[in-house]
Design a protein around this ligand. Structure first.
Ligand SMILES: [Zn+2]
Length: 716
């Protein structure tokens, strides 16, 4: 059986996504593979399909027990012989599994890394059986540079030496450049290929809000998400419990989850959440690693995460079924201060430095005026367009305006104070506060920024830092300092435009999917059937079928078994087992409502329906229309009363969507030069340094357009 047939027969899809096929072929050729793929990107198929094709058993190393059970349950539902081995089982259960391993009855065995070590080391035992493949999940846990280092993972460094002919596939959804290198080094793989996928999760919208009265803010948010399942992350165990109780009193089906709860309570809460009996889990980060629930519609952080990796992983738990979902974070500067204490690791200066830097980058995400998605993707070394259309920055109506004078006032204050003071002091000084030291009150710039509010100044400082027009020292008490670009601004050589006011932002009212043709009544019926089945099988509802599968059925109305075979998620076993249970009510529904099947309208089934939520705003469309009428950028700017740079940014967006050809905005020669400069500044989050390097001959708009172009190439 070839890999496509395997995919169809066991998993019910007839197309691979992204570069899954390439990866699987590399594994089948017995080469090693390092796979970076976002959560929900279909990582596990990359080793599950080879496991089925290969003779022998695939050993999957995974850090958490919850993940194993979950994956093994799902595999069994698809008719695949899988098991797990961990400390939660009795010795009797473990012996039974070893027995099945011995008699070659297993295709996949999930184990915790510590099982490979020690006296009864599984590693020694495996030498006598036919191991086809080692799959290492959450591979970033092997690296000191990662955010989640686990010493027990280091044992995996022995695999290559002890099993030189068995291929290894290492997979992770969160690894920056250093971590990736470290994974390769620690595993001692030599004949390997790195497969990197876009980390983008287009169906997740990102929102970051200033934290004021977070309970009130949260309740307002939940009020429009009444029917949705979600996870709310808090920093402390106490706050998870009090918040969960608070929500329950207000009628929400909410429960707490943290490492300090009794085992049976934790298991019960998790189980009920998986079954949609509890809609909201209020948790510390202990919750979720390995929770494979596909219909989580929102993830809220009421406290600041410690690093981008953690934030991205946690928000990544939303929308695994590919349907629209949201990530919301409440941010306050006080949280940064609080977390600095946590970030410091006693007696390990080097590790502390790494963690503090990661915290700074997390805080910078929250204060940036740059597209959040772009910032996140850039963090993982991926180019991204300046506009995604589905984050709070892109959805806000803010326009930048000239703020050269304001920037100069601020920078000269930093200069007068000799670069020795932090943001708050500099702002107090600018605003002529009486708390300023008396020797500073006689300086020339004292009080020249009275007309601007403290909050607005803070916003300016953050934006200037973001644009790298100003710098901040590291450490616990960072001070503001000038750099080369600041000098240019002070000399009037570099104009500055900043966001002038923070206006209210538009947000989506609800994330409930609005597929115009989905039959809602039928969808509800199908959900009930799924719920019953899940109860009978003693598994989570989404393991029977994802929401996306139900949405497809309620949209395309399959009326025969062969129709059903073309619905995503129906593999052979599920077709036989559940087919008629779903067909009958669909047929009844169609009869009662005078409807006929619509399968002919359906595109080939893919693994998930991913909604591309990069809808342009009206203002962008207006610019595009003028451009298509043959007007040039200056004419459009004049006609619309906007700045040239704004128009360039608008048009750049359509390079990404393909409506404007890159060569309409940038010449071929310039394209090459800009491309090279962007690659050279791979780690830079701002266009600023690229522009700086290229000089006056290249505009911000041209650079933005090229970034959008690269992005399109990468995704296309
Ligand atoms: Zn955005």
């Amino acid at each position: 059986m070839d890999i496509r047939q395997t995919l169809q027969q066991y998993f019910g899809y007839n197309e691979f996504r992204h570069n899954q096929q390439e990866i699987i072929e590399n594994v089948l050729a017995k080469n090693d593979s390092i796979v970076l793929m976002p959560t929900g990107g279909g990582k596990s198929l990359c080793y599950q399909i080879p496991a089925l094709v290969f003779e022998g058993v695939t050993i999957v190393v995974s850090p958490l027990i919850a993940l194993m059970k979950d994956q093994v349950d799902a595999l069994k539902l698809n008719g695949i012989a899988a098991a797990f081995l961990n400390s939660s089982q009795s010795s009797f259960e473990q012996a039974a599994i070893i027995q099945r391993l011995n008699s070659n009855q297993l295709k996949l065995l999930y184990v915790a890394p510590e099982r490979l070590l020690g006296q009864n080391s599984l590693l020694n035992y495996l030498k006598d059986i036919n191991v086809s493949l080692f799959a290492i999940d959450e591979a970033h846990c092997i690296s000191h540079w990662g955010h989640d280092f686990r010493p027990e993972y280091l044992v995996l460094g022995q695999l290559k030496m002890q099993f030189p002919h068995t291929p290894i596939i290492a997979l992770t959804a969160t690894a920056d450049k250093l971590t990736k290198q470290d994974i390769i080094q620690k595993l001692e793989v030599t004949n390997y290929t790195v497969f990197e996928n876009s980390f983008n999760r287009p169906n997740i919208s990102y929102f970051i809000k200033q934290k004021r009265n977070y309970l009130q803010q949260l309740l307002e948010y939940l009020a429009v998400h009444k029917d949705d399942c979600g996870i709310i992350y808090c920093l402390s165990r106490n706050s998870t419990e009090s918040l969960a109780e608070n929500l329950r009193e207000r009628g929400y089906a909410a429960a707490a989850y943290h490492a300090g709860l009794e085992k049976n309570i934790k298991e019960r809460n998790q189980e009920q959440f998986l079954r949609d009996e509890i809609k909201i889990i209020v948790a510390t980060i202990a919750f979720g690693m390995g929770i494979n629930k596909s219909n989580v519609r929102f993830v809220v952080h009421v406290d600041l995460p410690k690093n981008i990796e953690g934030y991205y992983q946690e928000t990544g738990r939303a929308g695994r079924d590919g349907l629209p979902s949201e990530a919301l974070l409440f941010f306050s500067g006080a949280d940064v201060f609080k977390l600095k204490n946590f970030a410091t690791i006693e007696g390990n200066a080097e590790q502390s430095k790494i963690m503090l830097k990661k915290l700074d980058q997390m805080a910078a995400l929250c204060s940036t005026r740059q597209c959040r998605r772009q910032y996140l993707l850039n963090y993982f070394d991926e180019p991204a367009p300046a506009f995604c259309g589905s984050c709070d920055v892109c959805l806000s109506e803010e326009e930048k305006a000239d703020a050269t004078v304001e920037a100069q006032k601020l920078l000269s204050a930093v200069s007068r104070l000799n670069g020795k003071f932090g943001m708050n002091y500099v702002i107090d000084f600018l605003r002529g506060s009486t708390t300023t030291r008396s020797e500073h009150q006689s300086l020339k710039t004292y009080g020249i920024g009275k007309d601007i509010s403290k909050d607005q100044w803070k916003q300016y400082v953050r934006e200037l830092l973001q644009l790298k027009y100003l710098q901040q020292s590291d450490g616990e008490y960072p001070v503001l300092q000038l750099n080369e670009m600041s000098m240019q601004i002070l000399k009037g050589e570099l104009p500055v435009s900043l966001v002038k006011t923070t206006t209210a932002r538009k947000e989506t009212a609800s994330v409930t999917p609005a597929y115009s043709r989905v039959q809602n009544e039928l969808f509800k019926q199908l959900k009930d059937i799924r719920y019953q089945l899940a109860r009978e099988e003693n598994v989570a509802a989404f393991q029977v079928f994802s929401d996306a599968t139900l949405v497809e059925m309620a949209t395309y109305l399959p009326l025969t078994t062969s129709d059903l075979a073309n619905i995503s998620g129906f593999g052979n076993l599920k077709l036989v087992k559940y087919g008629s249970l779903f067909l009958d009510p669909i047929i009844d529904y169609c009869r009662a409502n005078g409807l006929t099947g619509r399968m002919s309208e359906k595109a080939p089934k893919r693994q998930r329906m991913v909604s591309q939520s990069t809808k342009p705003t009206e203002t962008k469309i207006a610019s595009l229309q003028l451009f298509q009428q043959g007007r040039d950028i200056d004419e459009i700017a004049a006609a619309r009363g906007l700045k040239r740079g704004t128009i360039e940014e608008h048009l750049g967006h359509f390079v990404f969507t393909g409506e404007i050809d890159i060569y309409q905005l940038v010449s071929k020669n310039k394209l090459e030069v800009i491309k090279e400069a962007i690659t050279g500044h791979k780690n830079s989050l701002a266009i600023g340094p690229v522009k700086q390097q290229l000089g006056d001959g290249y505009s911000y708009g041209e650079i933005t357009a090229v970034i959008n172009y690269l992005r399109r190439m990468k995704e296309g």
